[in-house]
Design a protein around this ligand. Structure first.
Ligand SMILES: [Zn+2]
Length: 317
């Protein structure tokens, strides 16, 4: 049973918005941002592949949480997929890496061979073991009995070839590296291994959902960009040209497209790229609006949370 469904990761949405607004069109950072965008998109597709495989676990004793981010001093930790059952919990770390992958337990490294290029990655088993320790601490901090915590590293691309380095056998913990389509059979093995009920599902569900904190990465500073690298204004949904406001409507001077709602996307872009709150003044500046009254009407029409006094009212998504 899926308790927390996956939505597109904010970093993917931010990167998409950034590519739409990055100026000039031949900005030197564009190739890097486009490459990251493709990587993040493929990563999200891979995560959805895993969601598909776990969607067969419809029994109420399985609680599936996709993409959790939990507080743990001094920071947070993020889980790609968590399965909570009455008898054990299972962390699934999702990897979307194409090509032939060789794991070397001696050097704790994963090497990818793809299209004639070799690339190194950290040992995913070490990464997943760290996640397991974080989750144990989380149970402890919340004064909950800690269930047995297992983990799997699931490779979402079925064409990926997994290999052990020469001279090494696939022995534990490396047997936890699997293709995503084998997740369900691994889970039935765990069901046979763990039969003692230790987890109060209702309580754990409530705590996990309450404590989940979506990230808000500062995408501009990630790429050492500033607001000056962004095109401001309401972009035409047909040709991306900047539109002008005419009697309650947006008009594209390039393709003559008319829209009453084109500002919604622009305000979303502002929230993704600049900050998660906006004021009347900042909205006018970003949308190229001269009238505070129009800006107020637009803000009122959107499902935003208001705080602060009249002049300094802050609107939050
Ligand atoms: Zn247009």
């Amino acid at each position: 049973m899926n308790v927390k469904k996956r939505t597109p990761p904010i970093k993917l949405l931010q990167t998409e918005a950034l590519l739409q607004r990055l100026t000039p069109p031949n900005h030197p950072k564009r190739p890097l941002i486009e490459k990251d965008f493709r990587k993040r998109k493929a990563g999200y597709q891979g995560e959805k592949t895993v969601d598909y495989h776990v969607s067969f676990l419809t029994d109420k004793k399985y609680m599936i949480f996709s993409d959790l981010r939990l507080p743990l001093a001094p920071d947070h930790f993020q889980i790609d997929c968590l399965l909570v059952t009455p008898c054990y919990s299972l962390l699934i770390e999702i990897k979307n890496i194409a090509g032939t992958l060789t794991i070397d337990p001696e050097f704790n490294q994963l090497s990818q061979y793809y299209k004639g290029v070799e690339t190194g990655y950290p040992d995913p088993i070490i990464q997943a073991t760290r996640q397991k320790i974080f989750l144990q601490k989380w149970f402890f901090n919340n004064k909950l009995p800690c269930p047995p915590i297992e983990f799997l590293v699931a490779f979402s691309n079925p064409a990926t070839i997994l290999k052990m380095a020469p001279g090494h056998k696939r022995i534990p913990p490396y047997d936890k590296m699997i293709h995503a389509q084998n997740i369900v059979s691994e889970i039935s093995k765990l069901n046979n291994r763990f039969t003692r009920e230790v987890t109060d599902l209702k309580k754990v569900k409530r705590l996990l959902l309450n404590q989940h904190q979506p990230p808000y990465p500062k995408i501009l500073s990630t790429y050492q960009l500033t607001e000056a690298d962004l095109t401001k204004g309401v972009q035409c949904e047909r040709c991306s040209h900047i539109m002008i406001r005419k009697i309650g409507t947006w008009l594209c001077p390039n393709c003559h497209h008319l829209s009453r709602t084109a500002h919604v996307k622009a305000i979303e872009d502002y929230f993704f790229l600049i900050e998660p709150t906006i004021t009347n003044q900042k909205l006018r500046d970003f949308l190229h609006l001269s009238s505070a009254k129009t800006a107020a009407e637009i803000l009122k029409s959107l499902p935003l949370t208001k705080s602060g006094s009249t002049k300094g009212t802050i609107y939050t998504k």
